[in-house]
Ligand binder design. Structure first.
Ligand SMILES: [Zn+2]
Length: 105
């Protein structure tokens, strides 16, 4: 049995993400990120969604377009990267995680 069958998979765009950790799921309904296990494709493989955190405090502005961080904007954290849906340039800004996890203990 393929392990991925327990996950819901979505084609994500910046517009799939809504303020305060909501998103539009594959059926066009609004759902809450992290409520169900979710895989997000990144660099050819699927990454597991671990957490959703407010973008304010992490980002000063969009790293791509330098647009404002909107109220309710979020950063999605997976097991190996983070993803910021920018509603100014409508791009998914993806970065490898460079946080030193040892430093958080
Ligand atoms: Zn942007």
């Amino acid at each position: 049995m393929d392990d991925e069958t327990k996950y819901t998979q979505h084609i994500m765009t910046a517009k799939s993400f809504l303020p305060h950790g909501k998103y539009v799921n594959g059926n066009g309904d609004v759902d809450e990120l992290g409520r169900e296990p979710m895989l997000i494709p990144f660099k050819g493989s699927n990454r597991e969604l671990l957490a959703v955190v407010p973008a304010e405090g992490i980002l000063e502005c969009c790293p791509l377009c330098e647009g404002d961080i909107h109220e309710g904007a979020i950063v999605v954290i997976t097991d190996s990267h983070n993803l910021f849906p920018c509603w100014e340039c409508n791009k998914l800004v993806e970065q490898l995680i460079e946080i030193d996890l040892d430093g958080l203990e």
